[in-house]
Ligand binder design. Sequence first.
Ligand code: SF4
Length: 196
Amino acid sequence: MADYQTLTQNLERLGYQVTHFATAQEAADYLDSQIDQTSAAFGGSMTLKEMDLYPRLSRHNRVVWHWEGASAEDAVGTEVYITSINGLAETGELINIDGTGNRASATLYGHKRVYFVVGSNKIAPDYDAALWRARNIASPKNAQRLGMKTPCAAKGDRCYNCQSPERICRALVVLWEKPKSVERMEVVLVDEPLGY
Ligand code: SF4
């Protein structure tokens, strides 16, 4: 069980807003209330898909998601960006591994508000453990989902640090603190496992 009190204190000290919900349903209700009459882009995220957020937010916002037919470029310039994270350290580091680069870069620059929705399975005690889970749990599962010809997708057990042409791990972004250009960056914690 994650130490949510320590995690919240560390995140707030680093400039993030933190909200915490018992269920994904409650977190979805909250985001539905906060993101209203604006433009929002989604990162590739099984968490967001499991929460069924796209149809909900689309009813009263302009929502851009490349998993729903938009191009990744369409996400540039929306007021809001929503995604999840591959590993969140209780010490406050947010870790994402990316292949295309759109998801990780969008969390750094170009949106006024960024939300990270984080299930309980994404939290690790410290930076090394969070990086380990991002590399050895999240990435192999994503490679399997995408049907990549990589050793991790074949076995699903760990990262092999492959040099495969279909390698999905091409960039590692670690947020040490909220970037200055983003006005509001919020970590939405959920006491349920979500995504990979
Ligand atoms: S580096 Fe290669 S083996 Fe490791 S998780 Fe990424 S795609 Fe899989």
